[in-house]
Design a protein around this ligand. Structure first.
Ligand code: SF4
Length: 63
């Protein structure tokens, strides 16, 4: 994660977390991935900083 990427995320409102994915479901026990992937990435879970690693889900599909 570079400072330039952080600035572009803000400028272009880039989205990649499960919160913005059509495959995120909600059930009685909480949120889950309809494709069965563990470890949901949630928007705002922790602030991004330069040097952080980002993990992208290849099945992400935005609204
Ligand atoms: S498909 Fe990927 S991005 Fe979408 S909800 Fe599942 S884990 Fe998250």
């Amino acid at each position: 994660m570079t400072l330039q990427l952080l600035q572009e995320i803000d400028r272009f409102d880039l989205r990649w977390t499960c919160d913005d994915c059509v495959h995120l479901g909600e059930g009685p026990t909480g949120a889950f991935c309809n494709h069965g992937w563990p470890g949901l990435s949630r928007r705002g879970a922790s602030p991004l900083r330069p040097g952080d690693a980002l993990v992208f889900c290849k099945e992400f599909e935005g609204y």
